[in-house]
Write a protein that binds this ligand. Structure first.
Ligand code: NAP
Length: 337
């Protein structure tokens, strides 16, 4: 089979390898991967910036969906013909995270989905919603589950709440979609006016260009009559965190997800206590979160927003597009011809 493999870090070193077809052992399933999708993490991993000590060679990409084409001895949970996606952390099935459960991340701790076939444990897959194509289903495991966890579990968003999303990447667009599904008012920001206009077509209530208006925290306060947002879905990290705190209502929540922007400024600790901030770190979610989200996605017939679909051999072009920040929503790789 064909698979992309990191043998040494760097986009130019990514290797389009021919590997033996994998076979499922006891309790395992063989998935013919129809599509994979990219997350910012996959780019960082390829560049060696996520975990420079990662064991190589490694097949990258946490996210993919496909059809089970063979099952190993003893498999009862799923069957050949099922349409499934892999879960991000293969060990985190249910309950709270712990040191064991957050191991086994696809495309990091173990080989990922950027291949024609993968073998996963039967516990490590979920059925995908019927109304989604394989390309759409491939966008769910990391970005969508993370956004779901932030909006539903960390933020406990309800109708009428104000949610602030940042940028127009995978996590942020799913967060917008889920927050709207729950009846929240969503404020958003982007470096591009064109992207903001597209967010508005997806239901964004109001948006601001964070390049031309770096004081977006004051804008959020204006938009909310001085109250502030109930939830900030924080993907910027150090470069946005202080303004996120200043955008928040007293007693509001920051769901801390990303590390996109750097800053030399110190952390404003007093803001955290004066605003009585609930600060919650998010690391994707469990299989139970994924299944719960799929029920909501099915009920709402929600469609993930795909920017572009690339063929497997064009994977480096997709990674380059992500690196340039040119995308809006998800970049998908079709793994079947
Ligand atoms: N903790 C977790 O479990 C988890 C899970 C998934 C992702 N993440 C992290 O979350 C972040 C987003 O991931 P992703 O896959 O959604 O990335 P992505 O698809 O590459 O989206 C990134 C987008 O963020 C926006 N952005 C960049 N710098 C910004 C800034 N200073 N202020 C506001 N927005 C900014 C840009 O939007 P515009 O082009 O519109 O400006 C960019 O397109 C990454 O740091 C990733 O590692 C964490």
């Amino acid at each position: 089979m064909k698979a992309w493999r990191i043998s040494s870090f760097g986009l130019e070193n990514l290797e389009f390898a021919t590997l033996p077809d994998p076979k499922p052992g006891r309790g395992e399933v063989l998935v013919k991967v129809h599509a994979a999708s990219l997350n910012y993490r996959d780019l960082m991993i390829v560049l060696g910036k996520y975990n420079p000590r990662m064991h190589l060679p490694r097949i990258p990409c946490s996210d993919g969906a496909g059809e089970i084409v063979a099952v190993g001895e003893g498999v009862t949970r799923v069957a050949a013909g099922d349409r499934v996606a892999g879960i991000f952390m293969q060990n985190w099935i249910d309950g709270d995270a712990d040191a064991h459960r957050i191991r086994g991340a696809l495309g990091g701790d173990i080989d990922g989905m950027l291949a024609e076939y993968v073998v996963l444990r039967e516990e490590g897959v979920v059925p995908v919603p019927n109304h989604l194509s394989m390309e759409e289903a491939a966008t769910l495991p990391c970005a969508a589950v993370t956004a779901w966890n932030a909006v539903v579990h960390a933020g406990r968003v309800k109708a009428g709440d104000v949610v602030l999303t940042q940028g127009t990447g995978g996590v942020s667009i799913f967060a917008l979609q889920f927050a709207r599904m729950l009846g929240a008012r969503v404020l958003g920001m982007s470096s591009s006016d064109q992207k903001l206009a597209r967010l508005q077509q997806l239901g964004l209530d109001a948006g601001i260009n964070y390049r031309s208006t770096p004081e977006w925290d004051a804008w959020v306060m204006d938009q909310t009559g001085g109250r502030g947002a109930d939830l900030v879905v924080e993907v910027g990290g150090a470069g946005t965190f202080s303004r996120s705190l200043r955008s928040l209502r007293i007693g509001g929540t920051v769901a801390q997800i990303g590390v996109l922007a750097q800053s030399a400024e110190g952390l404003e600790i007093p803001l955290i206590l004066h605003r009585q901030v609930h600060l919650r770190g998010i690391y994707v979610g469990s299989r139970a979160h994924f299944e719960e989200m799929n029920r909501a996605v099915t009920q709402a017939r929600l469609k993930p927003l795909i920017d572009e679909v690339f063929t497997l051999d064009k994977t480096p072009d997709a990674l380059r597009k992500m690196h340039a920040g040119e995308h809006f929503g998800k970049l998908v790789i079709r793994c079947v011809v």
